[in-house]
Write a new protein. Structure first.
Length: 161
């Protein structure tokens, strides 16, 4: 997993430095990724890595939506695909595995916070999995010299059987 987390960090780092898909501006260290991975999995939540051609093509995980106890059954998803690997189905495969794993972990609601409503790929992916539009937060982020909206999407999960 350490090798995978190094590649996960590289993928995220590219988005942090070159896009507005995340409001982070600098890459996280491998140590920070290990801590995040351990936090997520210690909570019993899924952290998945997709491979293609023997290399990490992307990753996805869910984490707590908010820290307040009443939100304990609501999670936020995160799905990132390596540049150059987008459009090949890795995001669909990851989200397709992530949602039932989140349900099995006890999640009832999944929130997607999608930055940059001008880039519809993530919204289309979430639409394909039954997420509904819950709202838009206008000009809540500033990165790369411009104000950025975020689209909130939500999906109810069926209890794991």
């Amino acid at each position: 997993m350490a090798t995978d987390l190094s590649r996960v960090g590289e993928i995220f780092g590219w988005y942090a430095e070159n896009s507005v898909a995340t409001f982070e501006e600098t890459p996280r260290t491998v140590t920070a990724w290990k801590e995040l991975h351990d936090t997520v999995t210690d909570l019993g939540l899924p952290f998945l890595v997709a491979e293609a051609d023997a290399e990490v093509a992307g990753y996805a995980y869910v984490g707590p939506w908010r820290q307040k106890p009443a939100y304990q059954h609501t999670v936020e998803d995160s799905v990132f695909i390596a540049p150059g690997m987008t459009g090949r189905g890795a995001g669909r495969a990851l989200l397709g595995l992530l949602l039932p794993a989140a349900a099995a972990a006890g999640a009832r609601q999944v929130i997607a916070v999608i930055a940059d409503t001008g880039n519809p790929a993530s919204a289309r992916l979430h639409d394909a999995f039954g997420f509904r539009h819950a709202g838009v937060l206008v000009s809540v982020g500033f990165k790369h010299g411009r104000w950025i909206d975020t689209l909130l999407m939500q999906r109810t999960l069926e209890p794991a059987s």
